[in-house]
Design a protein around this ligand. Structure first.
Ligand code: ZN
Length: 438
């Protein structure tokens, strides 16, 4: 074959491109280099429903509810569970201790101000680590705690060294990072990195950042510190999932989430929404690490606890997330679901639904429904009954029951017409009796 397969000579060297394509692929100087910064296939989740989520307007979690949520998140596979500071209230401190005693696989963190008293209280609860936070933006420095950068750096180092001396993990984060002075931020993070902090945090506390800004800041920071980078994105401008994704692409290692995104104001990156994004990008990593079929149960549990409904347009679990309506979509979906689905509902223990009770329906969708009802019709008959459904749906909105009634009564008339044989359902090549009005 060599020299006759049409590839030799084409490149003027006489070497073949076919059989050893792999070797050529590796040595091809035009091959794009891998993105070595990106962590889209190796990120960790810091689940903050029991901290950020407690700041949601409707949230009040009693101890029992906190334990139920913590256990569910642990079973789901999150890496960390973050709890409200024990300094917030006496009950918060007791709850923190109770959750630490559960012996969960997930590491337990608590979120504290950059203050030695808070750090000492937290260390005594038995947590695995502390997420230390202080505001560094000029707004917060002037109007909140009133401390300058030199004071912030000195206190940060003291608190970090204390936590490390207790053998615990420590993250240091600014608040409102995107409106902090970049030079201040980078020199502070470089200083805490030098004393051995485990992670530094970038927090878009006001939800002002765009994905491009996130990418630039995280990438710049990646070049300055050697520790891990945690990120926290509020959703005021609707960018919390996109920002988390861009942060991972730029080299962030940890993403803060909450169930349904609940948190201060309209919340942060939602756990389910982030995983919808990441399962498309890194299916093996996400599917092997997280029990995705538990997502709906966990969202329902939290929705009930804070008395909200899951939004209709929620990724994965919104009531119509896997509903296909237009006739063209339905036909293609019935042939091959990947035509109009980037996510597979089965990965989440859910099922797709082909909507057939509307004037946009097509006969393929109706044919499937006829089968689900245990009825048998020829294609021409299905087309005829589809026309009847569309006629009614042109007049008023119709429910599934309406469409089913039309199908059943049409099926009945087929039996009643004199001289016309009743349709027979066939199973395994044998005719079977079909009860009317199934
Ligand atoms: Zn927040």
């Amino acid at each position: 074959m060599c020299g006759t397969d049409g590839t030799s000579g084409a490149n003027g060297t006489g070497t073949r491109n076919g059989a050893n394509g792999g070797a050529n692929f590796r040595s091809n100087p035009y091959q794009p280099v891998g993105d070595f910064l990106s962590n889209v296939g190796s990120f960790k989740i810091i689940e903050s429903t029991l901290r950020e989520g407690e700041q949601f307007a409707n949230a009040y979690f009693d101890t029992e509810t906190k334990i139920k949520i913590a256990k569910a998140l642990d079973a789901f596979g999150v890496d960390y569970i973050e709890l409200t500071s024990p300094a917030a209230s006496e009950q918060s401190r007791r709850d923190c201790e109770a959750i630490c005693k559960l012996g969960l696989k997930a590491k337990i963190l608590t979120h504290v101000r950059c203050d030695m008293r808070d750090a000492k209280l937290a260390v005594e609860t038995g947590v695995d680590g502390l997420d230390v936070v202080i505001g560094t933006s000029s707004f917060l420095r002037e109007h909140s705690h009133g401390k300058d950068m030199a004071y912030i750096e000195k206190t940060a180092i003291e608190v970090i060294e204390y936590i490390k001396s207790k053998g615990l993990e420590v993250r240091f984060s600014s608040e409102d990072s995107f409106r902090s002075d970049l030079v201040d931020l980078l020199s502070l993070y470089r200083a805490v990195d030098k004393v051995g902090v485990n992670r530094v945090g970038i927090a878009d506390t006001v939800g002002c950042a765009s994905p491009r800004q996130v990418y630039d800041l995280v990438r710049t920071l990646r070049g300055v510190v050697s520790c891990d980078i945690e990120t926290h994105f509020h959703n005021d401008t609707g960018c919390s999932i996109a920002n988390a994704y861009c942060a991972l692409e730029a080299g962030a290692t940890h993403i803060d989430t909450s169930v349904l995104g609940i948190g201060e104001r309209n919340g942060i990156t939602p756990l389910g929404g982030l995983l919808a994004r990441m399962v498309v990008t890194s299916p093996e990593y996400v599917k092997s690490k997280y029990k995705l079929h538990m997502l709906k149960e966990i969202e329902d549990m939290v929705a009930e606890a804070v008395e909200v409904n899951t939004p209709f347009n929620n990724p994965i679990t919104g009531f119509c997330a896997f509903t296909h309506k237009a006739g063209i979509h339905a036909k293609a979906i019935l042939n091959n679901p990947s035509t109009y689905e980037i996510l597979n509902p089965a990965d989440f223990g859910l099922t797709r639904y082909v909507h057939f009770a509307s004037r946009l329906t097509g006969w393929n969708a109706v044919k499937t429904r006829v089968g689900q009802l245990g009825l048998t019709m020829t294609d021409d008959q299905v087309k005829e009954v589809t026309a009847k459904i569309k006629t009614l749906a042109d007049v008023r909105p119709i429910a599934i029951d309406d469409a089913d009634s039309i199908i059943r009564s049409f099926h009945l008339t087929l039996h009643e017409q004199p001289g016309k044989a009743a349709p027979v359902k066939v199973q395994n090549g044998e005719p079977v009796e079909v009860a009317n009005g199934l």
